[in-house]
Design a protein around this ligand. Structure first.
Ligand SMILES: [Zn+2]
Length: 619
C-alpha cells in the first residue's frame, strides 16, 4: 500500500507530503504556508495549522496501524490444521505480539509481512495448535528422580533388585520407599510380598506404594505399629489386608498415612524445583505440549510457579488441592483462599481456576469405586467377593464441597475412576444444579474411566466436562479385561459415545513421575494417546477393546486441543489457530490426519512455538 493512498482526500489533493510533517524537516509543495521561527518550522495560518494537526494525527494512526499490522513471523507453504469450527486447513499464518494476526492463503498472509518479518517455510509440513494436557502432576513428576534415577521396572524381580541395591547402600533402619510402580503394569501383576521385601531388605523398612495402596515389609509394619490387633480409628478411609490368622499381609489400602516413614535425605530447594520444572517443560514442548492442567496443586508448588511465571514454556492451569477428609469449615476456608489468590485473575501463563478432591481409589490398584463388586482377584489381592472398591467422600459432603466451589466461581473436579464414583459425582452435581445452575462452572469429573449410558446422558444435560487418560487403555486394558470381562468394559473410556452425545471430553496423561514422554508414569506422549483413541488397542493382546468406541482423527486432535481449551475456560484464547488467539503451534514430521494409523503414535514434533516464540527445535 502506498502511503498517499491512505491520505484523506483533501490532503491528497493538496499533495502535502507526509514525511516532513512526521519528521519535522522542511520539505513539501505547500512550503509557502510555513514560517521559520527560532529554529522551528511553524504554519502561517490557523486553517493550515488545524489541517496539519489533523494530518499528523491521521498519519500517526495510519503509520501506527501499519506497524501494528506488520507480522513478526509468517509461516507459509504448510498444511496448517486450524481446528476451527470448520476444521479448515490453510497454507499460511501470520503472528504478531504473541498472537495470531491472520490465517489463510499465502497471498492473504503475505500482505502482512514487512521488512522485519521472520519467515518460516514449512515445506508442506503439517501444523497443529499447541497441544494441551488436561491432567498432570508436573511438580511431583519433575522431582521424582531429582536425586537419583529410578530404573524402569517390568517385573517383581526388577522391583526386588532395585530394593536390594538401595538396601546395600542404606544404613540399617533407613527407610526405602518406592512409589507408583503399578502392579498391573508389572508382568507378574501382583504386589511384591511382605516376605519378598523382608528378604530384599532385612535391615530396612520398605514401602512399595502403588496409587493409594502399598505393600510394606515386616520392619515397616513394626515401626508403624501395625500388627494383628491394630484397628483404623482415625475415621479416615483405609483397609488392612490380613491372612487367615488375622496377621497383616503387608498390603495397606488407601492408608499410606499410617506408614510412619521418616526421611533423612536432602530436601529439594526452591531452585532445585525450578530447574526440574524447566527441564520437564522443555520435554513437554518436545512432545508438542504447550499447556497443562496441574490437577491437584499444593501451596508449596503454587509458590514455586508464582516465582517462575516468566520462565515457563508451558501455560499452566491450576487445580488447587483440597483435602476432602478435613472438616467442612476447613475445606470452605481453603476454597475461599483459592478464590482470593491473585493467581485467580486470568493470566495466559498461570491461572488458578479450579479445586480438586479424590472421590475414590484407582483402577490400577483395585480400589476404584464400582457399581458392582470387583470380584475376587489374585492380581489385585481382593479376597472379599462383595468388595466394590474405596469411596472416599460421603454423598452429602461431596455435594457441599462441589457447591461451595461453584459458589466461589471455582471449577470443581474430583478424581473419580470407577462407575460408582462417577455416578456419585453426577448425583452430587444434579443436587447442586437444582439450587444453582452448574453449567457455567464447567463442572468437571477427572478420569471418568468407567461410565454408564445413564451417566453420559446426565453429564451432557448439565454440561459436565471430563478429563480422560487414553493411554491407560493401552497400558492397562488387557489386565482390566481379565478382571471385568468385555461386557463391563462397554463404557470404559467410551470416546465414540461421548462425542456422539456431545459431551465435552479432553485428553490428558495423569503424568506423575519421571521426565520423558514414553518412560514417564503415566506416559505423557499425546501421540500415543491419540493413537489409542483411534485403535483402542491394548498392549499384551491383539484384540482391540470395544472398537465401536473408536473416534476419528479430527476428534482425536480435538481431545488435545480445543476440547481441553474448553475444559480450562480458554477456548477463546487457544486450542485452535484463529485470528486473535495465542500463537501456540507445532510443526509435525508427518500428517496426523492422513498418515497410516499405525504411525500416529510415532509422530515427532519438529518445532514448537509458544506465543509466537520457538521454544523447541528438533535436532
Ligand atoms: Zn492425577
Amino acid at each position: 500500500m502506498k502511503l498517499q493512498d491512505t491520505l484523506p482526500k483533501a490532503m491528497a489533493r493538496r499533495r502535502i507530503w507526509a514525511a516532513p510533517v512526521l519528521w519535522g524537516e522542511k520539505c513539501g509543495r505547500s512550503a509557502d504556508a510555513w514560517v521559520y521561527t527560532s529554529g522551528v518550522w511553524n504554519v502561517k495560518t490557523g486553517v493550515l495549522a488545524s489541517m496539519l494537526v489533523r494530518l499528523s494525527v491521521a498519519l500517526g494512526m495510519i503509520g501506527g496501524a501499519l506497524l501494528a499490522q506488520q507480522a513478526d513471523l509468517v509461516v507459509h507453504r504448510g498444511k496448517i490444521v486450524t481446528v476451527d469450527k470448520g476444521f479448515r486447513i490453510v497454507e499460511a499464518m501470520a503472528v504478531r505480539g504473541g498472537r495470531i494476526l491472520a490465517v489463510g492463503s499465502r497471498a492473504e498472509v503475505e500482505r502482512l509481512a514487512g521488512p522485519r518479518t521472520e519467515r518460516v517455510d514449512l515445506a508442506g509440513k503439517t501444523v497443529l495448535p499447541g497441544l494441551i494436557d488436561s491432567h498432570v502432576h508436573a511438580g511431583a513428576a519433575a522431582m521424582y528422580e531429582w536425586e537419583r534415577p529410578v530404573p524402569d521396572m517390568e517385573t517383581v524381580a526388577d522391583v526386588l533388585k532395585y530394593i536390594r541395591g538401595r538396601a546395600a547402600a542404606a544404613k540399617p533402619g533407613e527407610w526405602i520407599t518406592l512409589s507408583q510402580v503399578f502392579i498391573t503394569r508389572l508382568k507378574d501383576q501382583r504386589f511384591p510380598t511382605r516376605a519378598e521385601l523382608d528378604a530384599a531388605a532385612p535391615r530396612n523398612p520398605v514401602s512399595f506404594a502403588t496409587g493409594p495402596d502399598a505393600s510394606v515389609n515386616s520392619m515397616a509394619l513394626k515401626l508403624s505399629g501395625i500388627d494383628r490387633n491394630f484397628r483404623i480409628t482415625d475415621g479416615q478411609p483405609g483397609r488392612i489386608e490380613r491372612d487367615v490368622k488375622g496377621e497383616p499381609t503387608g498390603i495397606l489400602r488407601s492408608c499410606s498415612r499410617l506408614i510412619k516413614i521418616t526421611t533423612s535425605g536432602r530436601r529439594p530447594t526452591p531452585e532445585d524445583k525450578r530447574r526440574q520444572i524447566k527441564a520437564l517443560f522443555a520435554d513437554y514442548n518436545s512432545a508438542g505440549i504447550t499447556s497443562i492442567s496441574e490437577r491437584d496443586l499444593n501451596d508449596d508448588w503454587v509458590t514455586v510457579y508464582r516465582g517462575m511465571k516468566d520462565e515457563l514454556t508451558c501455560r499452566v492451569y491450576i487445580t488447587y488441592s483440597l483435602d476432602a477428609q478435613a472438616p467442612m469449615d476447613k475445606i470452605t476456608a481453603r476454597i475461599q483462599a483459592a478464590a482470593r489468590d491473585p493467581l485467580r485473575r486470568y493470566d495466559s501463563m498461570l491461572w488458578l481456576r479450579g479445586v480438586k478432591v479424590y472421590a475414590d481409589g484407582g483402577m490400577l490398584t483395585g480400589s476404584a469405586y464400582m457399581l458392582q463388586p470387583w470380584g475376587v482377584s489374585q492380581v489385585y489381592s481382593i479376597t472379599d467377593p462383595s468388595y466394590r472398591g474405596m469411596r472416599f467422600i460421603e454423598p452429602d459432603k461431596l455435594y457441599q464441597i462441589l457447591k461451595t466451589a461453584i459458589q466461589h466461581d471455582l471449577q470443581p473436579t474430583a478424581h473419580s475412576v470407577g462407575d460408582g464414583a462417577v455416578t456419585e459425582m453426577v448425583d452430587a452435581y444434579e443436587r447442586v444444579n437444582r439450587e444453582l445452575p452448574v453449567r457455567a462452572a464447567r463442572p468437571s469429573i477427572s478420569h471418568s474411566n468407567f461410565m454408564t449410558a445413564d451417566a453420559i446422558r446426565r453429564i451432557k444435560e448439565m454440561g459436565v466436562v471430563l478429563d480422560l487418560q487414553p493411554v491407560w487403555l493401552w497400558l492397562d486394558g488387557a489386565t482390566l479385561r481379565k478382571q471385568f470381562g468385555d461386557a463391563r468394559l462397554t463404557y470404559f473410556q467410551p470416546y465414540r459415545s461421548l462425542f456422539d452425545a456431545g459431551v465435552m471430553a479432553g485428553g490428558g496423561s495423569d503424568h506423575m513421575q519421571k521426565i520423558g514422554s514414553l518412560r514417564s508414569i503415566n506416559p505423557y506422549n499425546p501421540w500415543l494417546g491419540m493413537w489409542t483413541t483411534l485403535t483402542r488397542q491394548s498392549r499384551w493382546t491383539d484384540q482391540p477393546m470395544h472398537p465401536e468406541q473408536r473416534i476419528t482423527r479430527q476428534e482425536a486432535v480435538k481431545l488435545y486441543t480445543i476440547n481441553n481449551a474448553y475444559l480450562t475456560f480458554t477456548e477463546q484464547e487457544k486450542g485452535s489457530l484463529e485470528k486473535g488467539k495465542l500463537a501456540d503451534f507445532i510443526v509435525l514430521d508427518r500428517d496426523v490426519l492422513t498418515c497410516p494409523v499405525e504411525q500416529v503414535k510415532d509422530i515427532q514434533v519438529e518445532q514448537t512455538y509458544l506465543g509466537g516464540k520457538r521454544v523447541y527445535q528438533r535436532r
